[in-house]
Design a protein around this ligand. Sequence first.
Ligand code: SF4
Length: 377
Amino acid sequence: MSAPPGRFARHVESLDLRTREYDDTDVAHAVLHPGLDTLPALLSPAALPRIEELAQAARAVTLQRFGRAVRLFAPLYVSNACLSSCTYCGFSKGLDVVRRTLTVDQVVAEAKTLTTQGFRHILLVAGEHRLEVSADYLVACVEALRPFVPSISIETQTWSDDTYLRLVDAGLEGVVHYQETYDRQRYAETHVAGWKRDYDRRLSSTERAAESGVRRLGIGALLGLCADWRSDVLAVAHHATWLQREYWRTEVTVSLPRIKPSASGFQPLIPVTDPEYVQALAALRLAAPEAGIVLSTREPAALRDGLVRIAVTTMSAGSSTEPGGYTTPGEAQEQFAISDDRSPAAVAGMLEGAGYEPVWKDAFPLRGDPIDVEALA
Ligand code: SF4
């Protein structure tokens, strides 16, 4: 049975996310008066000739709101088993790929490798398989990592309020649920079977997580999935702003990954070019100045190095998208190919060289929980 629409779903239905034509006068006005109302002009093709001006304005806002601190995190893939079918994903059910679900001990071993590299923010990632990646399994993973990982987030299937409560009690800090596309029709075309097919359940998941005590929320859209990437960026900006207003104690981050090659063989309807990608992140920064912006290793090193000077506040580094990829690589299918294969130390060095401070760990855990310092050694 489909889930009822959440509160943001009802809100977004009232918005006009269609793109229309803008000219240079509209863009010049939008750069001077950035916000959700003027974001469509900032995202329009008419703004591309002003990309340098946009980037400079975004950089100023990023420095003002976030300073020169860039948080580093690592994804830890615990399973690539999946009962959902998403046409763009290398883990999609039915694809003939090597599947693996880590034991809790193996998850701990992967996390220890990451903490040795310096990471204190770890994102547990899994496909949607409620038997292999059950609520009990995830709670056990969080409990096992909590003594030596100060900040644990999950990017998995959506869960019930009860499960989010259990995970928060176990020490979970963050939940990441990308809507992928906010276009209902395109969502239905690309999420063809399984739990994730339910658009409304997916869209309301961050609301339920926040109401269960999750302190960091991550949202995003997969650019290239919908022909009109601009309307998806607009929807992400509205979503982030709405979440910040409704759950003001909660930190909200946004991400705009672009589709990368995977075992699915999926090709984007209309690829988003590098200049358009810079435009999207700069415009998003201007329209949603309080939202953290996350950039993964999907993007190439040179582009990442440039974007951190414009809008990005959180980066992954040295990532593997394969379960067990940090300790026993090559035993399972990766989700997608990464582009920036520099080590975490090299990415931290790049940040320091550019005058930024790589933040491996916030000064205090958000929930004020005690940390076993000896276990960090
Ligand atoms: S996107 Fe998630 S739910 Fe969809 S096939 Fe991939 S792992 Fe499964």
